[in-house]
Design a protein around this ligand. Structure first.
Ligand code: KG4
Ligand code: ZN
Length: 340
């Protein structure tokens, strides 16, 4: 990539994962993530507990990232950090830590937009996955976000569709909660969906214009459906759980694929890059692959550890901004609602 030795330390703390990564000239040397188990007991992320856990985890996680990379703090070229969007209390921990460290080492500070990072994760320099060519469409699907973005170049991106209420991961997690599954329920629904009939029950897809998404109506429809069935048969959930999971997953996949079809039609762009934890879903992966033959698109999926919340994706943005000399001022502030 360059004859210079560029070492970026990146920090991510936007939600409930404390993460740090070291990158050397676009290649990942370490990618450490501390998950916060505490939220499982509450069935969702509790912001106050998340910021406390970040404060506890941040130094050990950064220390581990540097050790695993085998480098010393003095070798770092810049510190990159997630400025937003995310939970304010969580963002503040990473932002303050990054500022202090950059100040102490007297090196550049680089602010990173978490949503851009999910997309630019595809450009981490690694042989196992292919980089999408510009322009491409990026679909970021996770517990916190659902967006379709038109990506013209590294820093020229336009959001062309997004959720107007819940994220797609929340649709999985909240449906799972109704069915009595643990949090997060996405992986369990995925596992059970493979054993069930996707057409056993029909749930109406939301009617949202254009490329925007809505998932809160689906959650309510599932709640009413389950309540009605349980009234008639108290064992309904135990007896039909796999079919219900398969039907929910089938509905969600249908919603995502319909919007992608529309996005490719509207933009004429047929390269689709996927990011976010929900991209682990086996049904979604299959539907995207099938679309390659059916609709003539090409899909790009990065390595899984770069697709859920992580700091490697923050590092690649830090690296690209470092090459442009695009640094943040020490007065930069975290921004919970930062836009692409
Ligand atoms: O990207 P991520 O780790 O964190 C953020 O939310 O930012 O995504 C977590 C989300 C959760 O909602 C989880 O249920 C969902 O990704 N998820 C899945 C699967 N694996 C994780 N959803 C469906 N199928 C899966 N296999
Ligand atoms: Zn994320």
């Amino acid at each position: 990539m360059t004859s210079q030795n560029i070492y970026i330390l990146a920090i991510e703390s936007s939600c409930d994962d404390t993460a740090a990564s070291v990158m050397h000239n676009g290649k990942i040397l370490s990618n450490i993530v501390a998950n916060q188990k505490i939220h499982e007991a509450y069935g969702g992320v509790v912001p106050e507990l998340a910021s406390r856990a970040h404060q506890q985890n941040i130094v050990p996680v950064v220390d581990q990232a540097l050790k695993k990379a085998g480098i010393n703090k003095d070798q770092l070229s810049a510190i990159a950090f997630t400025r937003g969007p995310g939970l304010m209390g969580s963002l503040l921990v990473g932002t303050s830590f990054a500022k202090s460290l950059a100040y102490g080492l007297n090196i550049p500070l680089i602010d990173v937009n978490h949503m851009q990072a999910h997309i630019l994760a595809h450009f981490i320099d690694e042989a196992d996955f292919e980089k999408p060519p510009f322009p491409f469409l990026a679909m970021t699907i996770s517990g916190g976000h659902t967006q379709i973005v038109k990506v013209n170049s590294y820093f020229d991106m336009e959001v062309i569709g997004e959720t107007i209420d819940d994220a797609v991961g929340e649709a999985f997690d909240k449906s799972g909660k109704i069915l009595g599954l643990g949090y997060p329920a996405g992986p369990e629904i995925d596992r059970r969906a493979k054993l069930g009939n996707p057409k056993a029950y029909a749930f109406t897809k939301p009617k949202v214009d254009g490329l925007n998404f809505s998932f809160s109506g689906l959650k309510t429809a599932i709640l009413y459906f389950v309540q009605k069935q349980v009234k008639a048969n108290p064992n309904f959930i135990e007896e039909h759980l796999n079919d219900v999971c398969a039907s929910i997953q089938y509905t969600i996949i249908g919603i995502l694929i319909d919007k992608l079809k529309l996005a490719t039609k509207q933009t004429g762009i047929k390269h689709i890059a996927i990011g976010g934890g929900v991209s682990a879903n086996s049904g979604i992966r299959q539907a995207l692959k099938d679309g390659e033959h059916k609709f003539g698109w090409t899909t790009y999926v990065p390595k899984f550890e770069y697709t859920t919340d992580n700091a490697a994706m923050i590092a690649i943005v830090g690296h690209l901004k470092y090459l442009e000399g695009n640094y943040a001022d020490q007065s930069v502030m975290a921004s919970a609602r930062l836009k692409i």
